[in-house]
Design a protein. Sequence first.
Length: 580
Amino acid sequence: MNRRQLLALLCAPALRGQYGGMASRTVKPTPRGKPSGLPFHAHFTDVAREAGLREPTIYGGIDRKAYILETVGCGAAFIDYDNDGWLDIFLPSGTRFEGAPTATNRLYHNNRDGTFTDVTEKAGLHRTGWASGVAVGDYNNDGFDDLFLSGWPRNALYRNNGDGTFTDVTEKADLLHGGNRWGSGCTFIDYDRNGLLDLFVGTYLEFDPKTIPPTGGSGNCNWKGIPVHCGPRGLPPGAASLYRNNGDGTFSDVTEASGVGKAKGSYLLTAVAADFDNDGWPDIYVACDSTPSFLFRNNHDGTFREVGLLSGLALNQDGNPQAGMGLGVGDYNLDGSLDIFKTHFCDDVPALLRYQRNGNFEDVTIPAGLGVETRFVGWGAGIVDLDNDGLPDLFMVSGNVFPEAEKKLPNYPLATPRVIFRNLGNGAFEELLDSAGPGIAAAHCSRGCAFGDFDNDGDLDVLIVNLNEPPSLLRNDVSGDNHWLKVKLEGVKSNRGAIGARVTAHYGDRIQAQEVLSQSSFLSASDSRLHFGLGAAQKADLEIRWPNGGKETVASVSADQLVVIKEGAGIIRKEAFRRR
């Protein structure tokens, strides 16, 4: 047992009981090193307005937040709901407690010319309330991706009818719940590898506005001496739920039987289902706010055991919880295993957790160079190759939660910029402060973000939720001669959308693993087409491990194209994209 794991076991019970506020360590940033001088070939421009994304995401008050429900915000999703090969956009929304405007979740159809059309009403997705998380997956294996939406006062499952419309089948699917549960992190997962997508749903906390102390009503409801809303500490913590797909359109609650119900006492946010210990079975990692995070390890028999503390993923290297919000998952150091990038509160550092062996992780935040940034509250996150150089970078969005604080504490503004740590290829990163385009430097109060190639030009763009203003759509224009490859998987014996499949690409002298995820970032869903930057390499060899455990290889795949690979049949379609 290492030092961090020993501290975790000793400190965790006391930390769970602390009252009030979000965890922050008040750490000082590490000194910035000399810039590398290397060119960065990605350039981001916010094209949301000209693309037709002009409606704001309403979420609580603007100048004051009375309840924590108004502050956490929601995720976003790239989803090709009509299977035309172009990414559409789903944007959840909240509302307001007083003087609530007409606000709804929105679905935008991709017009294939850089613009989108609002088809919310036509699609049957009009809905008001407080939405939180989005998970995308084809739960009924009909070839069309469905949507699960968490939130308060209840969650919702929308079945894609395949004709451009969706139907709310929450009650029919036996997924309704009572009480005051505030649904948060959610993900589709085939945990028993039977070809049917099951569903994991986390709860942030039990939210009842009638029983929560008013702003400043408790000695714990303040931040740096300023009266603010209460929570999450001091409020009833959330819990995890797991639902097994019965194959007939319904789900059975297996929370207790599976063991996930044993995890108690934390405030659950983003959930990611992926194979974090390289044993071929999907696990579930949940970023938890101001309390120990959870790692549910799959036992291969329909049950899980919670091993967050022992794996090194529950607490930081000092044995303390952090305000875990967003999760980026990818292979930043090109060793064929998945690493984790985790976002936290201001006056703390975002964390980079490197896979070691036997399902354990090491906190390499400081040696990797991420300690230079402590100014922002981080939310949506990704381990993604933004410039196609073959080295996955780190991306996060930010935004504070206390609009009341800015007037008295100007160093803590509500709106803050996006952050890119570019991968230097030696285990280290450098923060790009002014060289990635105006879309990165622009300040917003952001929450969820999704990554995908909305204009099909061979690079990764970013969709971002901004609270109480329209979203951002960051178009990425990559210059230079780097190559890329996109891989779309189609399951046969496995679930149709291949959620949980792993693709390991060999290009040049490099190896990189990625998995098809239902949720990541902050409560968001990204493009299910896996995107590999290849750098100078013009071909890649692909190893595919399907969700049911089957393996196959596809050799010498040419770069600069999308390949669709069907389980057992190899490449069934190729498509070359036009570069902008």
